[in-house]
Ligand binder design. Structure first.
Ligand code: PLP
Ligand code: LYS
Length: 423
Protein backbone atom coordinates (compact mmCIF):
# COMPACT_ATOMS: atom_id res chain seq x y z
CA UNK A 1 0.00 0.00 0.00
CA UNK A 2 1.31 3.48 -0.83
CA UNK A 3 0.81 6.09 1.81
CA UNK A 4 2.38 8.96 -0.15
CA UNK A 5 0.86 9.27 -3.61
CA UNK A 6 -0.46 11.74 -6.18
CA UNK A 7 -4.20 12.36 -6.19
CA UNK A 8 -5.55 14.82 -8.79
CA UNK A 9 -1.97 15.85 -9.51
CA UNK A 10 -1.16 16.75 -5.89
CA UNK A 11 1.03 14.68 -3.57
CA UNK A 12 -0.90 13.44 -0.57
CA UNK A 13 0.08 11.82 2.68
CA UNK A 14 -2.82 9.39 3.06
CA UNK A 15 -5.87 11.65 2.58
CA UNK A 16 -4.20 15.01 3.20
CA UNK A 17 -2.54 17.14 0.51
CA UNK A 18 1.01 18.10 1.49
CA UNK A 19 0.41 21.56 0.01
CA UNK A 20 -2.43 22.07 2.50
CA UNK A 21 -0.15 21.20 5.42
CA UNK A 22 2.57 23.45 4.00
CA UNK A 23 0.13 26.35 3.85
CA UNK A 24 -0.74 25.89 7.54
CA UNK A 25 2.58 24.83 9.03
CA UNK A 26 5.10 26.48 6.71
CA UNK A 27 8.14 24.76 5.23
CA UNK A 28 10.29 22.80 5.76
CA UNK A 29 8.43 20.15 7.76
CA UNK A 30 8.62 16.43 8.40
CA UNK A 31 5.46 14.47 7.71
CA UNK A 32 4.83 10.94 9.00
CA UNK A 33 2.03 8.64 7.92
CA UNK A 34 0.41 6.83 10.83
CA UNK A 35 -0.95 4.27 8.36
CA UNK A 36 2.54 3.52 7.07
CA UNK A 37 3.89 3.19 10.61
CA UNK A 38 1.11 0.76 11.52
CA UNK A 39 1.64 -1.22 8.31
CA UNK A 40 5.37 -1.60 8.99
CA UNK A 41 4.63 -2.71 12.54
CA UNK A 42 2.00 -5.18 11.37
CA UNK A 43 4.45 -6.81 9.00
CA UNK A 44 6.73 -7.58 11.95
CA UNK A 45 3.89 -8.55 14.27
CA UNK A 46 2.16 -10.85 11.78
CA UNK A 47 5.31 -12.82 11.08
CA UNK A 48 6.30 -13.04 14.72
CA UNK A 49 3.09 -14.88 15.61
CA UNK A 50 3.98 -18.20 17.16
CA UNK A 51 7.57 -17.16 17.86
CA UNK A 52 8.81 -16.50 21.38
CA UNK A 53 9.90 -13.00 20.46
CA UNK A 54 9.41 -9.31 21.17
CA UNK A 55 10.08 -6.11 19.27
CA UNK A 56 11.75 -3.19 21.02
CA UNK A 57 11.58 -0.23 18.66
CA UNK A 58 14.99 1.49 18.37
CA UNK A 59 13.80 5.04 18.87
CA UNK A 60 17.09 6.56 17.83
CA UNK A 61 15.69 6.31 14.29
CA UNK A 62 12.77 8.59 15.11
CA UNK A 63 12.09 9.55 18.71
CA UNK A 64 9.00 11.69 18.11
CA UNK A 65 6.76 11.05 21.11
CA UNK A 66 3.81 10.53 18.78
CA UNK A 67 5.70 7.85 16.86
CA UNK A 68 6.96 6.07 19.98
CA UNK A 69 3.49 6.14 21.51
CA UNK A 70 1.94 4.73 18.35
CA UNK A 71 4.31 1.75 18.46
CA UNK A 72 3.87 1.40 22.22
CA UNK A 73 0.10 1.14 21.78
CA UNK A 74 0.68 -1.61 19.22
CA UNK A 75 2.76 -3.57 21.73
CA UNK A 76 6.32 -2.44 21.17
CA UNK A 77 8.99 -2.17 23.81
CA UNK A 78 11.81 0.26 23.24
CA UNK A 79 15.55 0.17 22.64
CA UNK A 80 17.17 3.29 24.04
CA UNK A 81 20.71 4.69 24.06
CA UNK A 82 20.43 7.61 26.46
CA UNK A 83 18.52 8.77 29.50
CA UNK A 84 16.84 11.32 27.26
CA UNK A 85 15.49 8.47 25.15
CA UNK A 86 14.47 6.60 28.30
CA UNK A 87 12.47 9.62 29.39
CA UNK A 88 10.84 9.73 25.96
CA UNK A 89 9.94 6.03 26.11
CA UNK A 90 8.38 6.44 29.56
CA UNK A 91 6.58 9.64 28.54
CA UNK A 92 5.17 7.80 25.54
CA UNK A 93 3.79 5.09 27.84
CA UNK A 94 6.30 2.26 27.25
CA UNK A 95 6.52 0.26 30.49
CA UNK A 96 10.03 0.45 32.02
CA UNK A 97 10.39 -3.33 32.01
CA UNK A 98 9.99 -3.29 28.21
CA UNK A 99 12.93 -0.91 27.78
CA UNK A 100 16.38 -2.14 26.74
CA UNK A 101 19.28 0.19 27.44
CA UNK A 102 22.02 -0.10 24.79
CA UNK A 103 25.09 2.02 24.22
CA UNK A 104 28.85 1.85 24.18
CA UNK A 105 29.50 4.45 26.88
CA UNK A 106 27.07 4.67 29.77
CA UNK A 107 28.04 6.84 32.73
CA UNK A 108 27.46 5.65 36.33
CA UNK A 109 24.84 8.40 36.77
CA UNK A 110 23.03 7.19 33.65
CA UNK A 111 23.13 3.54 34.77
CA UNK A 112 21.73 4.66 38.09
CA UNK A 113 18.88 6.58 36.45
CA UNK A 114 18.06 3.52 34.33
CA UNK A 115 18.02 1.17 37.32
CA UNK A 116 15.97 3.61 39.36
CA UNK A 117 13.42 3.75 36.58
CA UNK A 118 13.38 -0.07 36.46
CA UNK A 119 14.45 -0.65 32.84
CA UNK A 120 14.06 -4.29 31.90
CA UNK A 121 17.44 -5.07 30.39
CA UNK A 122 20.82 -3.42 30.06
CA UNK A 123 23.00 -4.52 27.15
CA UNK A 124 26.52 -4.17 28.50
CA UNK A 125 29.37 -3.49 26.09
CA UNK A 126 32.59 -3.89 28.16
CA UNK A 127 34.05 -5.43 31.29
CA UNK A 128 34.47 -1.92 32.69
CA UNK A 129 30.73 -1.35 32.30
CA UNK A 130 30.02 -4.70 34.02
CA UNK A 131 31.99 -3.53 37.07
CA UNK A 132 30.40 -0.07 37.04
CA UNK A 133 26.89 -1.43 36.72
CA UNK A 134 27.52 -3.94 39.49
CA UNK A 135 28.68 -1.13 41.78
CA UNK A 136 25.71 1.10 40.93
CA UNK A 137 23.21 -1.75 41.36
CA UNK A 138 24.84 -2.54 44.72
CA UNK A 139 24.36 1.07 45.87
CA UNK A 140 20.69 0.84 44.96
CA UNK A 141 20.28 -2.64 46.44
CA UNK A 142 18.94 -4.11 43.19
CA UNK A 143 20.02 -6.80 40.75
CA UNK A 144 20.37 -5.67 37.13
CA UNK A 145 19.20 -7.95 34.31
CA UNK A 146 21.89 -7.85 31.65
CA UNK A 147 23.05 -9.26 28.37
CA UNK A 148 26.50 -8.70 26.98
CA UNK A 149 26.56 -7.28 23.47
CA UNK A 150 29.12 -9.27 21.55
CA UNK A 151 30.87 -8.09 18.44
CA UNK A 152 30.83 -11.09 16.10
CA UNK A 153 33.27 -9.59 13.58
CA UNK A 154 31.16 -9.87 10.44
CA UNK A 155 31.02 -7.48 7.52
CA UNK A 156 27.48 -6.09 7.34
CA UNK A 157 28.20 -4.74 3.83
CA UNK A 158 26.76 -1.34 4.55
CA UNK A 159 28.18 2.19 4.69
CA UNK A 160 31.42 2.27 6.71
CA UNK A 161 29.99 4.86 9.10
CA UNK A 162 27.07 2.65 10.10
CA UNK A 163 28.66 -0.78 10.31
CA UNK A 164 29.02 -1.88 13.93
CA UNK A 165 29.88 -5.59 14.02
CA UNK A 166 33.51 -5.62 12.85
CA UNK A 167 36.55 -6.04 15.06
CA UNK A 168 37.62 -2.48 14.22
CA UNK A 169 34.32 -0.97 15.44
CA UNK A 170 33.96 0.38 18.96
CA UNK A 171 30.84 -1.65 19.69
CA UNK A 172 30.33 -4.68 21.89
CA UNK A 173 32.75 -7.17 23.40
CA UNK A 174 34.96 -8.94 20.89
CA UNK A 175 33.44 -12.40 20.44
CA UNK A 176 36.81 -13.99 21.27
CA UNK A 177 36.79 -12.21 24.65
CA UNK A 178 33.11 -12.81 25.40
CA UNK A 179 33.60 -15.89 27.62
CA UNK A 180 35.94 -13.90 29.86
CA UNK A 181 33.41 -11.09 30.11
CA UNK A 182 30.63 -13.55 30.98
CA UNK A 183 32.88 -15.17 33.58
CA UNK A 184 33.30 -11.75 35.19
CA UNK A 185 29.56 -11.03 34.98
CA UNK A 186 28.82 -14.37 36.64
CA UNK A 187 30.97 -13.41 39.63
CA UNK A 188 29.45 -9.98 40.15
CA UNK A 189 26.73 -10.30 42.77
CA UNK A 190 24.44 -7.49 41.58
CA UNK A 191 24.15 -8.62 37.98
CA UNK A 192 21.76 -11.19 36.63
CA UNK A 193 22.84 -12.54 33.23
CA UNK A 194 19.76 -13.17 31.08
CA UNK A 195 21.20 -13.54 27.62
CA UNK A 196 23.34 -12.35 24.77
CA UNK A 197 22.98 -9.43 22.32
CA UNK A 198 24.35 -8.35 18.98
CA UNK A 199 23.76 -5.54 16.50
CA UNK A 200 25.94 -5.64 13.41
CA UNK A 201 25.03 -2.46 11.53
CA UNK A 202 22.32 -0.44 9.89
CA UNK A 203 20.71 -0.35 6.43
CA UNK A 204 21.51 -4.04 5.80
CA UNK A 205 20.21 -5.25 2.47
CA UNK A 206 21.34 -8.87 2.66
CA UNK A 207 20.53 -11.67 5.07
CA UNK A 208 24.02 -13.20 4.83
CA UNK A 209 25.76 -11.04 7.45
CA UNK A 210 22.91 -11.65 9.90
CA UNK A 211 23.16 -15.38 9.28
CA UNK A 212 26.94 -15.39 9.75
CA UNK A 213 26.64 -13.40 12.95
CA UNK A 214 23.86 -15.59 14.35
CA UNK A 215 25.88 -18.73 13.64
CA UNK A 216 28.85 -17.29 15.55
CA UNK A 217 26.77 -16.10 18.48
CA UNK A 218 24.88 -19.42 18.54
CA UNK A 219 28.17 -21.26 19.05
CA UNK A 220 29.06 -18.84 21.80
CA UNK A 221 25.72 -19.52 23.53
CA UNK A 222 26.55 -23.24 23.65
CA UNK A 223 29.96 -22.49 25.18
CA UNK A 224 28.50 -20.04 27.67
CA UNK A 225 25.95 -22.58 28.82
CA UNK A 226 28.71 -25.16 29.20
CA UNK A 227 30.48 -22.54 31.34
CA UNK A 228 27.41 -22.47 33.56
CA UNK A 229 25.68 -19.28 32.41
CA UNK A 230 21.94 -18.99 31.95
CA UNK A 231 21.37 -17.69 28.44
CA UNK A 232 17.64 -17.42 27.90
CA UNK A 233 17.45 -14.44 25.51
CA UNK A 234 19.10 -13.67 22.21
CA UNK A 235 18.83 -10.00 21.22
CA UNK A 236 19.39 -9.89 17.46
CA UNK A 237 19.53 -6.06 17.31
CA UNK A 238 18.16 -4.03 14.41
CA UNK A 239 19.60 -2.98 11.10
CA UNK A 240 17.16 -4.15 8.45
CA UNK A 241 17.40 -1.83 5.43
CA UNK A 242 14.77 0.07 3.45
CA UNK A 243 14.39 1.34 -0.10
CA UNK A 244 16.04 4.68 -0.83
CA UNK A 245 16.88 4.08 -4.50
CA UNK A 246 17.20 0.66 -6.12
CA UNK A 247 17.98 -1.39 -2.98
CA UNK A 248 16.20 -4.69 -2.52
CA UNK A 249 16.18 -5.21 1.24
CA UNK A 250 14.94 -8.57 2.49
CA UNK A 251 11.24 -8.95 3.21
CA UNK A 252 10.51 -8.97 6.94
CA UNK A 253 8.95 -12.42 6.52
CA UNK A 254 12.18 -13.79 5.02
CA UNK A 255 14.31 -12.12 7.65
CA UNK A 256 12.26 -13.54 10.52
CA UNK A 257 12.05 -16.98 8.90
CA UNK A 258 15.83 -17.06 8.57
CA UNK A 259 16.31 -16.01 12.20
CA UNK A 260 13.77 -18.61 13.34
CA UNK A 261 15.59 -21.31 11.35
CA UNK A 262 19.04 -20.36 12.57
CA UNK A 263 17.99 -20.15 16.20
CA UNK A 264 15.71 -23.20 16.19
CA UNK A 265 16.40 -25.51 19.10
CA UNK A 266 18.53 -22.92 20.90
CA UNK A 267 15.80 -22.37 23.45
CA UNK A 268 16.22 -18.60 23.57
CA UNK A 269 13.49 -15.97 23.52
CA UNK A 270 14.32 -13.52 20.73
CA UNK A 271 14.42 -9.74 20.80
CA UNK A 272 14.40 -7.56 17.69
CA UNK A 273 15.36 -3.89 17.75
CA UNK A 274 14.29 -2.47 14.39
CA UNK A 275 14.49 1.27 13.91
CA UNK A 276 14.80 2.38 10.30
CA UNK A 277 12.62 -0.42 8.92
CA UNK A 278 9.65 0.67 11.02
CA UNK A 279 9.82 4.39 10.26
CA UNK A 280 12.07 5.16 7.28
CA UNK A 281 9.57 4.89 4.45
CA UNK A 282 6.77 6.29 6.61
CA UNK A 283 8.20 9.80 6.63
CA UNK A 284 9.00 12.57 4.15
CA UNK A 285 10.54 16.01 4.37
CA UNK A 286 8.66 18.76 2.55
CA UNK A 287 10.48 21.86 1.40
CA UNK A 288 9.84 24.92 -0.77
CA UNK A 289 12.04 26.15 -3.58
CA UNK A 290 13.50 29.55 -2.70
CA UNK A 291 15.09 30.19 -6.07
CA UNK A 292 16.69 28.50 -9.02
CA UNK A 293 20.21 29.64 -9.86
CA UNK A 294 21.61 28.62 -13.21
CA UNK A 295 25.43 28.46 -12.95
CA UNK A 296 28.18 28.02 -15.53
CA UNK A 297 28.74 24.42 -14.45
CA UNK A 298 25.47 23.48 -12.77
CA UNK A 299 21.94 24.57 -12.05
CA UNK A 300 21.28 24.97 -8.35
CA UNK A 301 17.78 24.58 -6.99
CA UNK A 302 18.00 26.32 -3.63
CA UNK A 303 15.35 25.08 -1.22
CA UNK A 304 14.44 25.95 2.37
CA UNK A 305 15.45 22.54 3.81
CA UNK A 306 19.15 22.07 4.40
CA UNK A 307 21.81 19.77 5.80
CA UNK A 308 20.77 20.80 9.31
CA UNK A 309 17.32 19.31 8.60
CA UNK A 310 18.49 16.16 6.78
CA UNK A 311 22.18 15.38 7.08
CA UNK A 312 22.16 11.92 5.47
CA UNK A 313 23.00 13.00 1.90
CA UNK A 314 26.17 14.78 2.91
CA UNK A 315 27.15 12.51 5.81
CA UNK A 316 26.70 9.15 4.08
CA UNK A 317 26.44 10.13 0.41
CA UNK A 318 22.87 8.89 0.87
CA UNK A 319 20.43 9.03 -2.03
CA UNK A 320 16.89 10.19 -1.24
CA UNK A 321 14.25 10.23 -3.93
CA UNK A 322 12.90 13.76 -4.50
CA UNK A 323 9.56 14.47 -6.14
CA UNK A 324 7.66 17.67 -6.93
CA UNK A 325 4.58 17.98 -4.72
CA UNK A 326 2.56 19.07 -7.77
CA UNK A 327 2.78 16.25 -10.30
CA UNK A 328 4.73 17.05 -13.50
CA UNK A 329 4.31 13.86 -15.56
CA UNK A 330 5.14 15.26 -19.02
CA UNK A 331 7.90 17.71 -18.14
CA UNK A 332 11.34 17.26 -19.68
CA UNK A 333 13.91 17.03 -16.92
CA UNK A 334 16.86 19.24 -16.13
CA UNK A 335 19.96 18.14 -14.26
CA UNK A 336 20.46 20.07 -11.04
CA UNK A 337 21.84 20.09 -7.52
CA UNK A 338 19.19 20.50 -4.86
CA UNK A 339 20.83 22.49 -2.09
CA UNK A 340 19.96 24.31 1.10
CA UNK A 341 20.75 27.89 2.14
CA UNK A 342 23.53 26.93 4.60
CA UNK A 343 27.02 28.31 4.01
CA UNK A 344 28.71 24.98 3.30
CA UNK A 345 29.29 23.35 -0.06
CA UNK A 346 28.33 20.07 1.62
CA UNK A 347 24.84 21.47 2.14
CA UNK A 348 22.98 19.47 -0.46
CA UNK A 349 20.02 17.10 -0.55
CA UNK A 350 20.83 15.76 -4.03
CA UNK A 351 23.57 16.22 -6.59
CA UNK A 352 23.33 15.89 -10.36
CA UNK A 353 19.68 14.92 -10.10
CA UNK A 354 17.33 14.90 -13.09
CA UNK A 355 14.19 16.76 -12.08
CA UNK A 356 11.23 18.35 -13.80
CA UNK A 357 12.09 22.07 -13.90
CA UNK A 358 11.34 23.77 -10.60
CA UNK A 359 10.63 27.40 -9.86
CA UNK A 360 10.53 29.57 -6.75
CA UNK A 361 7.53 28.66 -4.62
CA UNK A 362 7.29 25.05 -5.81
CA UNK A 363 7.15 22.39 -3.12
CA UNK A 364 9.27 19.24 -3.17
CA UNK A 365 9.02 16.04 -1.15
CA UNK A 366 12.14 14.17 -0.03
CA UNK A 367 11.28 10.52 0.44
CA UNK A 368 12.34 7.89 2.96
CA UNK A 369 13.14 10.58 5.51
CA UNK A 370 11.28 9.03 8.45
CA UNK A 371 14.43 7.48 9.92
CA UNK A 372 17.52 9.40 11.01
CA UNK A 373 16.01 12.61 9.63
CA UNK A 374 14.46 14.82 12.32
CA UNK A 375 16.47 13.09 15.07
CA UNK A 376 19.77 14.11 13.49
CA UNK A 377 18.69 17.68 12.80
CA UNK A 378 20.49 20.64 14.34
CA UNK A 379 19.99 24.37 14.60
CA UNK A 380 23.18 25.14 12.62
CA UNK A 381 23.06 28.66 11.19
CA UNK A 382 20.40 29.35 13.88
CA UNK A 383 17.77 27.63 11.82
CA UNK A 384 14.87 26.43 14.00
CA UNK A 385 14.22 22.66 13.88
CA UNK A 386 11.69 21.72 11.23
CA UNK A 387 8.31 20.84 12.76
CA UNK A 388 6.93 17.31 12.73
CA UNK A 389 3.45 16.46 11.51
CA UNK A 390 1.59 13.16 11.63
CA UNK A 391 -1.18 12.32 9.18
CA UNK A 392 -3.81 9.71 9.97
CA UNK A 393 -6.42 9.22 7.27
CA UNK A 394 -7.89 12.61 6.49
CA UNK A 395 -6.55 14.38 9.58
CA UNK A 396 -3.18 15.70 10.59
CA UNK A 397 -1.58 16.80 13.84
CA UNK A 398 1.44 19.00 14.41
CA UNK A 399 3.25 16.80 16.92
CA UNK A 400 6.22 19.13 17.31
CA UNK A 401 5.68 22.77 16.31
CA UNK A 402 8.38 24.93 14.80
CA UNK A 403 10.13 26.83 17.58
CA UNK A 404 10.32 30.56 17.10
CA UNK A 405 13.69 32.25 16.84
CA UNK A 406 12.79 34.05 20.07
CA UNK A 407 12.57 30.65 21.77
CA UNK A 408 16.00 29.69 20.44
CA UNK A 409 17.51 32.94 21.69
CA UNK A 410 15.79 32.87 25.05
CA UNK A 411 17.59 29.63 25.97
CA UNK A 412 20.88 31.54 26.10
CA UNK A 413 22.45 34.12 28.45
CA UNK A 414 24.94 36.94 27.95
CA UNK A 415 28.19 35.90 29.73
CA UNK A 416 26.79 35.23 33.21
CA UNK A 417 30.23 35.10 34.85
CA UNK A 418 30.56 33.01 38.00
CA UNK A 419 33.30 32.50 40.56
CA UNK A 420 34.31 28.81 40.46
CA UNK A 421 33.18 27.02 43.61
CA UNK A 422 36.25 25.61 45.39
CA UNK A 423 35.90 21.94 46.18
C1 PLP B 1 21.93 -1.40 19.47
C2 PLP B 1 21.11 -0.94 18.32
N1 PLP B 1 19.90 -1.51 18.12
C3 PLP B 1 19.11 -1.13 17.09
C4 PLP B 1 19.52 -0.16 16.20
C5 PLP B 1 18.57 0.20 15.10
O1 PLP B 1 19.13 0.12 13.89
P1 PLP B 1 18.25 0.27 12.57
O2 PLP B 1 17.65 1.62 12.58
O3 PLP B 1 19.26 0.12 11.50
O4 PLP B 1 17.25 -0.81 12.58
C6 PLP B 1 20.77 0.44 16.35
C7 PLP B 1 21.27 1.43 15.37
O5 PLP B 1 21.93 1.08 14.41
C8 PLP B 1 21.59 0.05 17.44
O6 PLP B 1 22.77 0.63 17.65
N1 LYS C 1 22.23 7.59 11.26
C1 LYS C 1 22.44 6.48 10.38
C2 LYS C 1 22.13 5.17 11.03
C3 LYS C 1 22.86 4.96 12.30
C4 LYS C 1 22.27 3.84 13.03
C5 LYS C 1 22.49 3.96 14.50
N2 LYS C 1 23.36 2.96 15.04
C6 LYS C 1 21.68 6.68 9.08
O1 LYS C 1 21.05 7.65 8.89
O2 LYS C 1 21.71 5.87 8.22
Amino acid sequence: MTFFSYKNGEMHAEGVALATIAAQVGTPFYCYSAGALRAAWKEFADHLKGMNAEVCYAMKANSSLAVVRLFGELGAGSDIVSIGEMRRALAAGIPARRIIYSGVGKKPSELMAALEAGVGQINVESSYELETLNAVAGQLGVKADITIRVNPDVDAKTHAKITTGRKGNKFGVDIDLAREAYALAGKLPNLNVVGVAMHIGSQLTSLDPYRDAIVRVRELVTQLRADGHKIDRFDIGGGLGIVYAQEKPPAIADFLAMVARETAGLGCALTFEPGRRLVGEAGVLVSEVILVKPGAAKTFVIVDAAMNDLIRPTLYEAWHDILPVRERPQAATIRCDIVGPICESGDYLAQDRDMAPLAAGDLIMIRSAGAYGAVMASTYNTRPLAPEVMVDGTRFAVTRPRPSIDELLSAERFVPWQEPVKS
